[in-house]
Design a protein around this ligand. Sequence first.
Ligand code: MN
Length: 311
Amino acid sequence: MSGPILPDDVDGDSRPAGSPPEIEVTDSHVAQVGGMTVRRALPRRDRRTVGAWCFADHMGPHSVDEEHPIEIGPHPHIGLQTVTWLTSGALLHRDSLGSEQPIRPGQLNLMTAGHGVSHSEESAGRFHGELQGIQLWVAQPEATRHGPPAFEHHDEVPRVDLDGATASVLVGSLGGVTSPARRDTDLLGAELNVRSRTSTALDPAYEHAVVVIEGAVTLRCADESTRDVGPGHLMHLPPGHDELVLDPVGPTRLMLLGGVPFESKILMWWNFVARSHDEVDAATAEWNGGSDRFGDPGSPLGRMRAPDTPW
Ligand code: MN
């Protein structure tokens, strides 16, 4: 999906009084994107990035039919990668590199924007039924963010059986398997299907986040109380954890995201990840002016117009 990042996305939840717990839980912001309800776990006011992960929209479940198609018209990106992962349904991705790629559960679409790309996301053919998944953005580091755009589709990703869970590794390495997907920083993205108590080894140099898609996990708090965390939240583990123990409340599907804390602060506005207002102003003017910078994904849907910047 596209963003956009608008002011509501930065109205985060206040931290609880007293010292923050080691594992922090924030509420997602509920938004409408392309006719679908999404739970935006990132970015939040108090949590801009987890490693290079800077955007996480849990989309659906949404019932797709002729009257309720997915229609996210052509829009641009700079400085980020989009990672699309479905748990049910189908989508069609088109981009200005000439890609026209349907995606289904278990498959990975990864688009690198670099200096500039545009894409659309649409209902796939005659698909009718439930659509659910997650759209993630990865901030590109200085070394690659001015580079050329690119697109990868992976028909399958590595899977590994953990005790009590099965992991699909989208990006990076987990449980001894490594995804072939491009990554520009030290990063992990995996889906875990958790059946019973499971323990996963973590890289203590990474910070991590858990976003539950279906089901719930029981979180043990510092005061020995417990709470069940389901969809609509982000659990954050700071660096230093070398193990993640998950106690599911019934069958649970969740995303595990991680990475080394990002190299710099980023500026996110609409569909752009940048470092300065000038960069966003330039991208906004060039997109709205029809510049060649962003190409044309050849979608039948109407182009989105970039909103005025708030500064
Ligand atoms: Mn997009």
